[in-house]
Write a protein that binds this ligand. Structure first.
Ligand code: FPP
Ligand code: MG
Length: 484
């Protein structure tokens, strides 16, 4: 009994009490036995000294618990309001999937024999030959401090406001090197975890402005709490600070990867604005030239998007739907899987692993990212606002055609008209929702996510067996089964 309960708890820490009840009832227990089972279960969920290998947080809990604090040390400025806005989303608990993947993957890669991790020189050796300018801290560069070491002269970075500490990255983080050394995660990989969360958070600040959102992480979203303008600027600021930190990783390959993710996020968002492969932008002619640039009015435009979807003449329905799926998946890669795949690749590059491992880590992140977003698109149909801490059922209202409605469209060609007009007419959203139910759009979407999850697990199995790999497997399965 205890081992069954234990395996239940370890397999899914959010297991519900009713499940316990079922376990107890099925084994013909009395109320007394049930109470014993509950007590045993309670003991199991108490933190113990023993490491639970299936809990992804436990392996890197040290690093994860200081993540927010370390990010805060990267985004301080001399402007109190800017500080408030740019730290706003870090104050509320997010899923932190991206930094978790960086840290666990970094740890999993440590199980590759050291002599096979020689693609790059690791850490202090590749930093000591960097230029040292007058006014910068001199002496031996510790591995843990190298990510804080500036590259340009301090006077240049400080610019015209020398009173303000413009370089929070220069603050010593004495406690870091030893801790990292103990865990095997390199300081650069650790900084990578912070950087990717900063990029992700910047994109959320901007996304909430674009999506006219009013809530995130159970609180008013940044645009509501501080205005659109401040939310946009805070997002830009986070990107600026992330870029400085990226440069100080001093690895051109990683700089290229991370900078590309920022561009990809924007490209993905642009594709989402256009929404489907058969859309045509009214302001762009057939040669792709801008026909008519609107005159600035100084007023906020009432219409959110200015795109029109045309039904192509003489195109086979199946071909059309296939093209829409291709477009959707490309958009999904750019919007979500690009960051996940490139951060996984960057963690592998920084570990010094060989090309085939780097490629496999990239594929893992890609499959995980696609799974993550496809599940997100499914949850948008199934969850309540309170469950996910942000507005649910928003996609159709925003005119977005994601996997569930595309699956329904394959069965019901007439839905193309609704997709084309972005569900803008009264009743369109309800018709679309009913069609999704009728044609099993959610089940098919789940199957699609499951397929990406399976592929991601296959990628993981190409890494040496370890606790960190098990934790990544657990995390990957949780991305599929999550409810928020
Ligand atoms: C959430 O999507 C948004 C993203 C995954 C990316 C948004 C990207 C931009 C706004 C481009 C700008 C990028 C940067 C780096 C500043 P969602 O709306 O489907 O999810 P949600 O329900 O959480 O809002
Ligand atoms: Mg959004």
């Amino acid at each position: 009994m205890t081992s069954l309960l234990k395996s239940l708890f370890l397999r899914n820490s959010s297991v519900h009490w009713h499940l316990l009840q079922r376990v107890a009832t099925r084994s013909n227990t009395t109320t007394n036995t049930f109470n014993t089972a509950v007590e045993a279960a309670e003991k199991l969920v108490q933190p113990t000294k023993e490491k639970s290998f299936n809990d992804p947080f436990s392996i890197v809990s040290h690093e994860m618990s200081s993540l927010a604090k370390l990010i805060a040390s990267l985004i301080g400025s001399g402007h109190s309001t800017l500080n408030r806005v740019s730290s706003y989303y870090f104050e509320a608990e997010g899923k932190n999937v991206r930094p978790l993947v960086v840290l666990l993957l970094s740890k999993a890669l440590l199980n590759i024999p050291a002599e096979e991790r020689n693609r790059i020189r690791i850490d202090s050796q590749d930093v000591t030959d960097q230029p040292v300018y007058p006014g910068t801290p001199q002496g031996t560069v510790l591995a843990g401090n190298s990510v804080n070491q500036l590259i340009s002269p301090l006077a240049v970075l400080h610019g015209i406001n020398p009173k303000v500490i413009l370089d929070p990255l220069l603050k010593p983080m004495d406690h870091l090197p030893q801790m990292d050394a103990a865990n095997g995660i390199l300081p650069k990989q650790r900084r990578l975890a912070e950087i990717v969360e900063m990029i992700h958070t910047a994109s959320l600040l901007h996304d909430d402005v674009i999506d006219l959102s009013d809530a995130r992480r159970g609180r008013p979203s940044g645009n509501i709490a501080f205005t659109n303008k401040m939310a946009v600027l805070a997002g830009d600021f986070l990107l600026g600070r992330a870029s400085v930190a990226i440069a100080r990783l001093r690895n051109p390959e990683v700089i290229e990867l991370l900078s590309t993710t920022i561009a990809n996020l924007v490209e993905g968002e642009f594709m989402q604005l256009k929404n489907t492969v058969i859309s045509s932008d009214e302001s762009i002619n057939n040669d792709g030239e801008i026909k008519d640039v609107p005159k600035p009015t100084g007023k906020v435009p009432v219409e959110q998007h200015n795109y029109r979807v045309e039904k192509p003449q003489g195109v086979d329905h199946e071909v059309n739907v296939d093209a829409a799926f291709e477009y959707y998946l490309h958009k999904t890669y750019l919007k979500t899987a690009s960051l996940m795949s490139k951060l996984s690749r960057a963690a592998a590059v920084l570990s010094g692993a060989q090309d085939d491992i780097i490629e496999n880590c990239y594929e893992y992140g890609r499959n995980l990212g696609l799974c993550f977003q496809v599940v997100d698109d499914m949850l948008d149909y199934t969850s309540s606002n309170s469950a996910i801490g942000k507005p649910s059922q928003a996609d159709l209202k925003l005119g977005l055609a994601t996997a569930p409605i595309l699956f329904a469209w394959r069965e019901e060609p007439k839905l193309g008209e609704l997709i084309a007009r972005k569900f803008a007419e009264p009743g369109d959203v309800d018709i679309a929702r009913r069609a999704v139910d009728r044609y099993g759009g959610l089940e098919k979407t789940r199957a699609m996510a499951q397929d990406y999850c399976t592929r991601a697990l296959t990628n993981l199995r190409k890494l040496p067996e370890s606790d960190a790999r098990s934790a990544l497997e657990f995390l990957t399965n949780s991305v599929l089964t999550r409810t928020k």
